[in-house]
Design a binder for this molecule. Structure first.
Ligand SMILES: [Zn+2]
Length: 314
């Protein structure tokens, strides 16, 4: 489809361009018409600029009515999705392909998830190529275990949704004709663009989606903000000038689920949101002991603790 064809890429991520497109349409049925409108306005330049370079990762941004999204950033994002999905699936009881596996296979997969995560972290400062012996978006081409293939394919699905939601955030800036001048205005624009992307996901939830699909949309929404915890270079970057503070922004999203029809997703939200916080703290070697009696208590507890950590690192 229009907007995605130009993305040829250097990494296996480029193979997912039609998956991203499919999820983009899934969430935003008028999306193609909207991109075509931008194309005309933009003197016939592709409204989505997938830029391919060998640089450290850059977060996506909208400029002059174009969305810029870097391939290396997408590789980083895929690895975070794989890593988080691995931990999440391990907390779930009915994951068939994990239930029937032996201990050695599980250990291998955990080691792969960790290696991918470490590679993703290294991309923040220096470009390097994907080690294709590790899980990746085209797993069938590589000698990987059946479990690694399965988790990679599930990651492709999750990743494509997360990427579509990130595109909606950027579209939210273009739709809203944002041109902030002061720091407060910048922050308000980010909140508006976040809300725009949240609504894209939830406007679509009424349709006849399976429960599993709805649940993966929730994970994708949480990761569309949660990945930022892993993208920052240091703890003091939790505080931002032109964006809402990351902790505030993240918990704005998790609290947003506590209203009306979204409430039935709370358990999924709480479990996954807690897991992201827990992985973030582990990465930064922050030793915490959350209460373990309920997911909601844990989440509230993390909100307080992370706010405290953010204040300490101002
Ligand atoms: Zn933004």
């Amino acid at each position: 489809m229009f907007g995605f064809d130009d993305f040829k890429g250097n990494t296996p991520i480029a193979d997912l361009r039609y998956n991203i497109e499919e999820k983009y349409n899934h969430f935003f049925p008028n999306g193609e018409a909207y991109l075509k409108g931008l194309y005309k306005k933009n003197k016939k330049e592709n409204p989505i600029n997938f830029h391919i370079d060998d640089e450290p990762i850059i977060s996506p941004y909208a400029k002059n009515e174009r969305i810029n999204i870097q391939e290396n950033f997408l590789a980083f994002l895929w690895c975070i999705c794989f890593y988080m999905l691995w931990y999440y699936e391990n907390t779930q009881i009915k994951v068939d392909y994990l239930a029937n596996s032996d201990a050695r296979e599980m250990q291998n997969l955990e080691s792969h998830a960790t290696q991918l995560f470490e590679w993703a972290m290294s991309l923040k400062t220096k470009f390097s190529s994907w080690n294709l012996r590790l899980p990746n978006p085209t797993p069938e081409k590589e000698p990987l275990s059946p479990m690694a293939v399965k988790l990679s394919l599930k990651t492709n699905d999750l990743f494509s949704r997360v990427t579509a939601i990130i595109l909606f955030h950027e579209l939210g800036h273009i739709y809203g004709e944002h041109s902030p001048l002061t720091n407060d205005e910048f922050i308000q624009c980010e909140i508006d663009a976040d809300n725009f992307s949240n609504e894209c996901v939830f406007n679509n939830q009424n349709k006849s989606l399976s429960e599993a699909q709805k649940s993966i949309n929730i994970l994708a929404l949480l990761l569309s903000r949660g990945y930022m915890f892993f993208a920052i270079p240091r703890l003091n970057a939790l505080q931002q000038n032109r964006h809402p503070n990351l902790v505030v922004r993240y918990f704005h999203l998790t609290n947003w689920f506590c209203v009306s029809d979204k409430e039935k997703w709370l358990t999924t939200v709480q479990c996954f949101a807690v897991l992201i916080c827990e992985r973030f703290c582990t990465y930064h070697k922050i030793c915490l002991n959350p209460p373990s009696n309920s997911a909601q208590k844990m989440l509230t507890w993390y909100e307080t603790e992370l706010n405290h950590i953010m204040d300490l690192h101002e």
